[in-house]
Design a protein around this ligand. Structure first.
Ligand code: DLL
Length: 435
């Protein structure tokens, strides 16, 4: 086992050293993908690119992009680059329509992913003396397993709490003296409130740091959480397709997230044209994974809008930094940590015999996301009794929960009461002001 997951020889390396490492790894990775994944070979052949054309990161732009649509197309095994018997794990994105996105890992891939999470924990000051409470969901979601693995590697006493059961969270946190909390920022805020209700003050809460991500959050929210829990709150970013949390992480400077460039190359593109944009411009973040064996994606379009900047950082790291995601170039929402697309809601409604006249309202009340869906009844349904309508609402909410992994509050409303639009339908009202 490695002794230290802080790796200054990489994290603080010169740009030239990092680029040389990326060049070497990219050439190898492209060859691996071309030789082992027919789906990629076709994409590259269609674009007229051969592995020999990729000699360094300067040639990256020659490679085709890959998107979530490709991942669904190739579901479940179409992008696998290693024999299945060498894979030891799958993880999956939350709530995608019909075909989920499934990512595969060899033991080597799990190790590298956990190393990235260990780096993130060390960057917030974590050591083997710490008690690390992991309150991200465990299971197919990457949050719990990723930070759990990272925490083990650092040698922290790890509390694998998963999400929910707030009473138990608070009991373990206080009884066992958790010093680092890993969960979504909205859950952290909620835990803070619940602790205050029990009479704890920031001084009596044992925590010193939090590693919060998986959903957008603002600087105001950071300040609120820091004040309420008496901690330093750090951001962490990642996505299932590229491994999970730990693709990038915040350091003591708390001003953007360092990308683990020995494992991932980041580019910013214009989401309309695909053109690569210079550092400092807002655009869609694209990742190429350099070290993954089983599910290596080249130029994966994340749909997250960000800015990249390589500046001298007071922590000494030279790894490029990404801003917090500033929005999405698609219509995905993240509600209570779950990725939700309006198209999934529409699919359930049509499936259950409703018209696609609906409105989604999302807000944040007491640091918890509210999620309401208003749907028009047909004129025939409108004559139903109140009891029948309530039954319908419950049935729809259950169908939504099955599809999305999260249950909205359903409101069936009279026919023709949801405003029709003359242009693009405005189906989503998000009042959370997250960006
Ligand atoms: O959310 C992985 C993760 C777990 C990251 C725990 C951090 C902590 P997915 O479920 O695949 O994976 O969702 C990925 O979530 O494309 C972003 O839109 C959003 N996201 C992730 N981290 C952040 C963050 C995990 N720090 C999608 N700030 C990504 C804003 C984030 N959005």
């Amino acid at each position: 086992m490695k002794e230290n997951y802080y790796q200054p020889e990489i994290e603080c390396a010169s740009v030239e050293t990092l680029k040389a490492l990326q060049d070497e790894r990219l050439v190898k990775q492209v060859k691996h993908v071309y030789e082992n994944v027919p789906y990629y070979r076709d994409l590259m052949d269609k674009k007229g690119v051969k592995p020999e054309d990729i000699k360094s990161t300067a040639d990256l732009h020659k490679l085709p992009f890959i998107t979530k649509a490709d991942l669904r197309d190739a579901y479940p095994y179409g992008l696998l680059a290693k024999p299945l018997d060498e894979c030891v794990r799958i993880q999956s994105t939350s709530g995608t329509t019909g075909r989920r996105v499934v990512a595969f890992y060899t033991q080597h891939d799990v190790d590298l992913w956990e190393d990235c999470c260990a780096r993130a924990i060390m960057a917030v000051g974590g050591t083997k003396e710490d008690v690390c409470q992991v309150s991200y969901g465990y299971g197919l979601f990457t949050g719990g397993p990723g930070l759990n693995g990272g925490s083990h590697k650092v040698g922290c006493l790890t509390l694998p709490m998963s999400s929910g059961n707030t009473e138990r969270q608070l009991q373990f946190m206080t009884d066992l003296g958790a010093t680092i909390l890993c969960c979504t920022p909205s859950y952290a805020a909620y835990l803070g409130e619940s602790l205050h209700e029990k009479g704890y003050t920031p001084e009596t809460i044992p925590l010193k740091a939090g590693i919060f991500g998986a959903e957008p959050w603002t600087e105001e929210m950071r300040r609120d959480i820091e004040k309420s829990l008496g901690i330093k709150a750090y951001d962490i970013y990642g996505l299932t397709e590229i491994s999970g949390p730990g693709v990038s992480f915040e350091c003591s400077e708390q001003s953007g997230m360092h990308i683990n460039e020995d494992h991932f190359i980041a580019e910013i593109i214009n989401p309309e044209t695909g053109e690569v944009l210079p550092e400092g411009e807002v655009g869609e973040l694209v990742f190429t994974s350099l070290t993954k064996e089983a599910f290596p994606l080249l130029r994966y379009r994340t749909r997250d809008l960000c800015v990249l900047k390589r500046e001298k950082c007071s922590c000494g790291r030279t790894l490029i930094k990404m801003s917090k995601p500033l929005g999405r170039s698609d219509d995905m929402m993240i509600i209570r940590g779950v990725n939700v697309f309006p198209s999934q809601i529409e699919a359930v409604l049509l499936n259950e015999g409703y018209t696609p006249n609906y409105r989604i309202e999302v807000d944040r009340v007491n640091n918890t996301d509210t999620f309401d869906v208003y749907v028009e009844l047909s004129p025939e349904m409108f004559s139903d009794t109140v009891r029948e309508i309530t039954d319908r609402e419950n049935k729809l909410a259950a169908a939504m929960r099955t599809m999305l992994g999260i249950g909205p509050k359903m409101h069936l409303v009279a026919p023709k009461t949801i405003a029709r639009s003359e242009g693009k339908a405005v189906r989503v009202v998000d009042k959370r002001k997250l960006h």
